[in-house]
Design a protein around this ligand. Structure first.
Ligand code: NAD
Ligand code: GLY
Length: 350
């Protein structure tokens, strides 16, 4: 097992290793007084891991209750959010009880936002079961739900008490969803770590799970500790997301987040090489790695449509969009780009 400590507004551990789910009760008991544990999960994850999680908590002296909502982004709504709050109230959950997020990023974001707001804050523990949640969403305290106007428009920064990542749970992930998480893993290599990038080039999809997840979490930890509230360095994690979000939204979410981010990284890499910001070999390595993981490097989405969506990027400030552009493997620059030149940048990368 590997343990990484995140010291943000709250300090907490991220445990990563095989078979950890059965120690959920013991780990929770070390942080919260035995009382009630409300497990939030989705309709795919609960049948697979609900029993192990609840038995472990009960063995450690917790009374468990569970709320399971339909799997998928379509559940990250205000309606489900209110249902979960009502469920917690009906079950008399107090601030000395705890919430457990058992699932991928959708469950984690929902459970985190519920925990941030119910009774003005109850403790919660992230138990990520997708690769994306393990390397990204379970760490760093961003919690959110969606509005009809866009994804993640309502949320809070609220750090968990613990992240418990059992790498065995990733074995039941559908391959496509595992590959989606790989886009975020590649992103960390491009942003910060040539060695991680080289490991992925060498091993492809059979990369060392514990090493790669731990390294990504360490990198994210460093970013969160420097910029918990997303005013500077943290925006670098947006690599591939500005145009990726555009592609995702324009496809009405039929293109997955991971594939859209892969295409977004390919676009900025090609544009960077065309505009002389990075060596063409850097661009070639990034494109080859994305391809190696079975992720797309080209989009059929028309440039004006991607451009329009990119303008509503959350990271936009006034008349500029902060593009994250690879210079070399392991370093990307933040380039404030006037909206007037965004379209020509995009076209250079398509
Ligand atoms: P997800 O939670 O919808 O999970 C993807 C699918 O995999 C779902 O159908 C789920 O039921 C299934 N699943 C999960 N674990 C499984 C397992 N072990 N075995 C079998 N099936 C399993 O999606 P995701 O990709 O994990 O997360 C995407 C969400 O994360 C988005 O809502 C996004 O906005 C959010 N996100 C948040 C942050 C953050 O910092 N808070 C960062 C990145 C993404
Ligand atoms: N996933 C982006 C962030 O945590 O800032």
């Amino acid at each position: 097992m590997k343990t990484i400590t995140v010291s943000a507004s709250r300090s907490y551990c991220v445990h990563i290793g095989a078979g950890l789910l059965s120690s959920l009760g013991k780990e929770t008991a070390a942080l919260c007084k035995p009382g009630k544990a409300a497990i939030l999960s989705d309709s795919n994850v609960w049948p697979l891991y609900g029993k192990i999680a609840s038995e472990s908590l009960e063995k450690a002296g917790f009374e468990t209750v569970n709320f399971v909502f339909p799997a998928g982004e379509a559940s990250k709504t205000s309606a489900v959010y209110l249902n979960v709050l009502n469920f917690l109230a009906e079950n008399h959950i107090t601030r000395s009880d705890c919430v457990i997020a058992l699932g991928g990023g959708v469950v984690g974001d929902m459970a985190g936002f519920v925990s941030a707001t119910f009774l003005r804050g109850v403790p919660y523990i992230q138990v990520p079961t997708t690769l994306l949640a393990a390397v990204d969403s379970s760490v760093g305290g961003k919690t959110a739900i969606d509005l009809p106007a866009g994804k993640n428009l309502v949320g809070a920064f609220y750090q968990p008490k613990l992240v418990l990542c059992d790498t065995d749970t990733l074995t039941t992930l559908p391959e496509d969803i595992f590959r989606d998480g790989c886009a975020e893993v590649i992103k960390y290599g491009v942003l910060y770590d040539p060695q991680l990038f080289a490991h992925l080039e060498e091993r492809g999809l059979s990369f060392d799970r514990e090493y790669v997840i731990s390294r990504c979490v360490e990198l994210k930890r460093d970013v969160v500790m420097e910029d918990e509230f997303d005013t500077g360095e943290r925006m670098r994690l947006n690599l591939g997301h500005t145009f990726g979000h555009g592609i995702e939204a324009q496809s009405h979410f039929t293109v997955s987040h991971g594939k859209a981010v892969a295409m977004g990284m390919a676009i900025v890499s090609r544009a960077a090489a065309t505009l002389g910001v990075c060596d063409p070999q850097v661009k070639d390595r990034i494109l080859a790695l994305i391809h190696l993981f079975g992720l797309p490097v080209k989009t059929h989405c028309p440039a004006p449509d991607i451009y329009r969506s990119a303008l509503s990027d959350k990271k936009r400030s006034g008349g500029t969009v902060n593009l994250i552009i690879p210079e070399r493997i392991g370093f990307c620059r933040i380039q404030p780009t006037p909206v007037e030149t965004l379209q020509s940048f995009l076209e250079a990368g398509l």
